[in-house]
Ligand binder design. Sequence first.
Ligand SMILES: C[S@@+](CC[C@H](N)C(=O)[O-])C[C@H]1O[C@@H](n2cnc3c(N)ncnc32)[C@H](O)[C@@H]1O
Length: 431
Amino acid sequence: MTTSSATEVSDASELRHQLVEQLRANSHIRSAAVERAFRTVPRHAFAPEVPLPSAYADDIVATRHSGDGTITSSLSAPWLQADMLEVARIQPGHRVLEIGSGGYNAALIAELVGPTGYVTTLDIDPVVTERAARFLRETGYSQVSVVTADAEHLPSKVVPEGRFDAIVVTVDTWDLPWIDALAEGGRLVAPLRLHGYHWAIGFTKGEGALHSDEPLIICGFVAIQGDGAWNKNRRTVPGAGVRLFWEDGTPLPVDQLALALTREPTVTRTSITVGGQEPFDLLTLYLAGALPGFCRLEVDPDDDHQVLNPPPQHWPAAAIVRGASLARLAHERIGDGDDGEGRYEFVVHGYGDHGHLAAQEMAEHVEHWQRNHRGARCPFITARPAVGRAPADTDHEPHLFAKKHTHITVDWPIVPVRAACPTVPGKCDAR
Ligand SMILES: C[S@@+](CC[C@H](N)C(=O)[O-])C[C@H]1O[C@@H](n2cnc3c(N)ncnc32)[C@H](O)[C@@H]1O
């Protein structure tokens, strides 16, 4: 342990147990094994640069930055680590690969696999692996194997005979190039990016593909680097002070939209409402898969924007492009709501000559989602290796996201809003 005084150690263990109580109360820790791991591993020893209370706050600890100040490595937030470890269903004796190192999460996994299992943690950044290896040694977890490599090209010598029983990806990834390294029946948990939205998803490997069966967890991680880094399609619409970005599908004719975005939009109402504190990220995932030409629109903070009714800067709105016209999802306050947090109606703003048609198309999909899928916390996600498959036609095949290594399909169960799936992770039955 890196702590020096007895008081510090006892403070640390007190803070650690408090954190565990909080994670249990919020259902992030749900099993005795994960609870024991969190009670055992001294998180502060993996983040010596921050004061003890920060090491045991339910928040990330940034540990490395790039030249422009972007965080490139961190200890992830404990609530998310707990959720992902629960979803990984790691058992004693398992062989586990962690992608993205920091040391702490690898130590938690080492506790879960016990002396008969083993853990490999891999990171692209030698400074991170040097640090993780040192902290793991100092805390008594030197059995964890620490490897420096780009996870896009998993070195074959890292993969055990019989492959991994579980792979825990702790870096925001656009693709899943690790299916081959996972044993049949094994679990893979990854924060996967689908059209700019990040979801921690638990998969089981069956017949060579990955199948999800738990509610998705909305999350944020540092972006993957190296050959798997996703090169963002982010373009400013000239003269409109608006940026569009899209991650999957056909490139968009951004330059044609300038005129449309500086004109008064039409407003198409949906009569579908949402509470001020109610998440609706699954609606945006639904729209991203259902509508070709999907993108996200945000106001460029550096531009003197002229777009009418701009969306809040930190909330990129779901949008679709139709030639020189565009529609974007917005919401209008219609009352206070039962909880005083406001009640909002989804409306769709249409820009350009055919904006009203695009808005109507989007509004119809919002209504379809409301009628059929609003209660679904568990869209079923399947990732199949892209090799050997016909090229994907994402414009005509709804809910298909074509990546470099995988084709990912999202299958929406029919769950009307009143029969909602559980909102905390746990196996989903409704398909
Ligand atoms: C959020 S941190 C990992 C947190 C860590 N698992 C923990 O104990 O909390 C993400 C890590 O992914 C690493 N990373 C980014 N791109 C990578 C790549 N292509 N291959 C391997 N590691 C990568 C970063 O260097 C960073 O250290």
